[in-house]
Design a protein around this ligand. Structure first.
Ligand SMILES: Nc1ncnc2c1ncn2[C@@H]1O[C@H](COP(=O)(O)OP(=O)(O)OP(=O)(O)O)[C@@H](O)[C@H]1O
Length: 323
């Protein structure tokens, strides 16, 4: 079905549609290596989506296909309702990409480089807009400086300015904070939040779980070319809220005694430990009740300790289970 168009491209009819729809996407490189398989993914308008995955998982391949830089082997991608193969230009114009690698013309000035990028997308010159992005990225003072005379961090800022030069609706940031100092990282996150407030959808790839935790509305995990999880960050955080209480028993048990079996209680370590998994954020954890019933049944323990699962563990479990 064709989306209803409105002049500003942000009408209600379109707001509920995914801004990017990836369906059954596969990529086999010329070497025969299968980098992506059966990838389905929908990105919502104006969300911050973090694509998380270890080295070589397929993150860059996926965003390169969406941005029209790499051809898919199978499947389909549409961006703002435009098929990225059939309707490449219309789809590509909606996207700004900040790649992992720094690649700019060393002998151009900051101003000219960013102005030129805008021109590449066929947009009319708009010096006021370029001035605004350079100011937002703390590059205004450097507008006449040649790129080669900039620091690494400033070159990265230029890459972002270039990506934003044609007022894209979607911004891809591929490993935005790899090798970046604290100040640039903070500026980058502030900029991402401001862009989102102005209606831009942001997709970032990262190895860093903290980054996803800090920024994202939703998190997708990719491993060995497959999407293994897509979830609201808040839901992931609830999983993070799970805690475990381990009771080291005086005498090993063969099974959990009758009347003690409750959800989340398991016997482990050859019956020498009772492990109770509970939601740390719940009003009633059930611990007091469990301990009372253990005492009633004469189950003694010599020690107890608690532990909390981290997003890191959830991630490792997910990725590890698919090998
Ligand atoms: N042009 C290519 N030819 C053959 N294999 C490739 C090519 N580009 C990437 N690959 C392989 O595809 C897999 C996915 O690579 P990709 O760059 O998409 O991963 P990534 O998740 O972005 O990794 P990283 O976090 O290291 O950037 C890797 O095993 C990589 O070696």
């Amino acid at each position: 079905m064709r989306p209803l168009e409105d002049r500003h491209g942000s009408g209600l009819a379109r707001a509920s549609e995914p801004v990017i729809a990836v369906s059954q996407l596969g990529k086999v490189y010329a070497s025969g290596f299968q980098a992506l398989r059966d990838v389905d993914l929908e990105i919502r308008r104006q969300e911050i989506f973090a694509l998380l995955g270890p080295n070589g998982a397929g993150k860059t391949t996926l965003i390169s296909i969406i941005c029209g830089i790499v051809n898919p082997t199978s499947g389909r991608v549409s961006v703002g309702g435009h098929d990225i193969v059939r309707d490449y230009r219309a789809a590509r114009t909606k996207i700004g990409l900040v790649p992992q690698e720094l690649s700019t013309d060393a002998f151009e000035s900051v101003w000219d480089t960013v102005k030129f990028s805008r021109g590449l997308f066929g947009k009319a010159p708009d010096p006021a807009y370029i001035e605004k992005i350079l100011k937002d990225l703390s590059l205004w003072e450097k507008r006449d400086t040649k790129i080669r005379a900039l620091s690494g961090g400033m070159k990265r800022r230029v890459m972002i300015a270039k990506a934003l030069s044609h007022e894209p609706e979607i911004l891809f940031l591929d490993e935005p904070t790899a090798g970046v100092d604290v100040e640039l990282r903070r500026d980058m996150w502030n900029m991402v939040r401001r862009l989102r407030e102005n209606g831009v959808t942001i997709i970032l790839t990262t190895h860093y779980i903290e980054e996803a935790e800090e920024m994202a509305d939703r998190v997708g995990v990719i491993s060995k070319g497959r999407i293994v999880l897509v979830e609201e960050k808040a839901a992931l955080m609830r999983k993070l809220g799970k805690k475990q209480l381990t009771l080291h028993l005086q005498e090993p048990l063969r099974e959990i005694p009758q009347g003690l079996a409750v959800a989340g209680l398991e016997l482990s370590a050859d019956g020498t430990e009772l492990v109770y998994t509970f939601d740390a954020q719940a009003d009633q954890t059930g611990i007091a009740d469990l301990l009372r019933r253990l005492t009633e049944r004469g189950v003694d323990f010599k020690d107890l300790n608690t532990s909390q699962s981290s997003l890191e563990e959830i991630f490792v479990n997910l990725v590890g289970n698919r090998s």
